[in-house]
Structure formats: C-alpha cells, structure tokens
Design a protein around this ligand. Structure first.
Ligand SMILES: Cc1cc2nc3c(=O)[nH]c(=O)nc-3n(C[C@H](O)[C@H](O)[C@H](O)COP(=O)(O)O)c2cc1C
Length: 196
C-alpha cells in the first residue's frame, strides 16, 4: 500500500476565497491525503465579512482532524522534520506572493514555504489578488521562473470590473498537486475568463 500524501495546506488573507478552498481540503482528505492546515497571522486572527477567524479555524480542524500551524516557531520544523511531501498556499495573497518572491520570512506561511524548500520539495501557489496584473505582476513573474514553484491555473475573474485581477481556479488544486508531485506544471497555466 502506498503511504498517504502529506500536504501542508496554507491559507493567507484572501478571505473571499476561503469558502471555495474548504471543499478542496475536504476532497483531499476524502482521497486519503494527510492535510495539515497552516495559517498566516492575518488568516488566523482577522474577523472579516467572510467569517470570523475562529470559525474558519474550527472548520479546517473539523475537515482535517489536525490543529493549524499558526506561528513561525511551529512552522520552522517543517523542513528539518520532512513533514510534508508538498506544500500548497491556497489562497495566496499578493502580500504573501511578494514576500516569497523577495525572500521575506515573517509569517507562519512564508516560514513554512522557506522551511519546506530547504528539502527542495514542491510548493503549489493558488494566487488570488486584485493587482496580479499590476503591482503583483513582477512577483508572479519571478516565481513562475523559480524552481520548485507550481501554479494552480489562473484566470481573470472579472476582466472589466477588476481588469488587473487574477484568481486561481481552486477546483484545479488536486490536479495541480498531482502534476507537481511529478515535477510538472499543470497546463494551461492561464485560463480564459469564464472557461471551466
Ligand atoms: C475582507 C478582505 C479580503 C481580502 N482579500 C484579498 C485578496 O483576495 N487578495 C489579496 O491579495 N489580499 C486580500 N486582502 C488583503 C490581505 O488580507 C492583506 O494584504 C494581508 O496583509 C495579507 O496577509 P497574509 O498574506 O500574510 O495573509 C483582503 C483583506 C480583507 C480584509
């Protein structure tokens, strides 16, 4: 019997996408993956119009059976202890994208990525940000060109109302993970608006 895939599943503060991500976490667990939630400090603490921090934390706990990693000290052993086969950041904010692109490590999620990359293992990013095609574009470009990073396919979610916004298709997270574990980028990386 093959051992379960161990997934670190990190959420950052794109709160509007949490509701789309939670069913994906449930799908991964139902397929036999061991999923450990990881929360950025903002994801772990901010109550927003999309729900309270405690509500999301407890839904993730319920879905995975595991407590979230929510501090830099708790994320630090991820690499040394080889805790995960793959690390997913979904959703990944423009803020976290910028930090990853520039080697800034000051949240549990950026610490988790840095620690996981120590072992040269794959990282999957599901970007969701209104400035993907403006302020965050250089950071997206930098990470598209960096080893060990794989992207959940993205689309312009509202090309006319939010012309610079890109959002990953969260339903494609499981497929992206499967490809990344084979060192492959799922294609196409960019989806046409409205394409499913
Ligand atoms: C209600 C709400 C929704 C947000 N949605 C997004 C989003 O979709 N994408 C994004 O990049 N930032 C979004 N932000 C801003 C981030 O939460 C903010 O940049 C924060 O510093 C991110 O920190 P983190 O990346 O460490 O989680 C949102 C903020 C709030 C309050």
């Amino acid at each position: 019997m093959t051992p379960p895939i161990r997934i670190g599943f990190a959420l950052t503060g794109s709160f509007c996408t949490f509701a789309a991500v939670l069913p994906i976490v449930e799908t991964l667990v139902s397929r036999g993956c061991e999923v450990t939630p990881i929360l950025s400090t903002n994801a772990a603490t901010l109550d927003t119009r999309f729900g309270s921090a405690d509500m999301w934390r407890s839904r993730l706990h319920h879905a995975t059976g595991r407590e979230a990693i929510d501090s830099i000290p708790a994320a630090e052993p991820i690499g040394p202890k080889k805790m995960f086969d793959i690390l997913v950041v979904a959703p990944c904010t423009g803020n976290t994208l910028a930090k990853l692109a520039h080697g800034v490590t000051d949240t549990p999620v950026t610490m988790a990525v840095k620690s996981h990359l120590r072992g040269e293992k794959p990282v999957v990013l599901a970007v969701s940000t209104n400035d993907a095609l403006s302020g965050s574009a250089a950071n997206l470009g930098a990470l598209l060109n960096r080893k060990h990073y794989y992207f959940v396919p993205l689309r312009q979610d509202a090309p006319f109302a939010k012309p610079r916004s890109l959002v990953a298709d969260m339903d494609r997270i499981p497929q992206t993970i499967g490809a990344a574990l084979e060192n492959r980028q799922l294609q196409p990386i960019f989806l046409a608006p409205g394409e499913h």
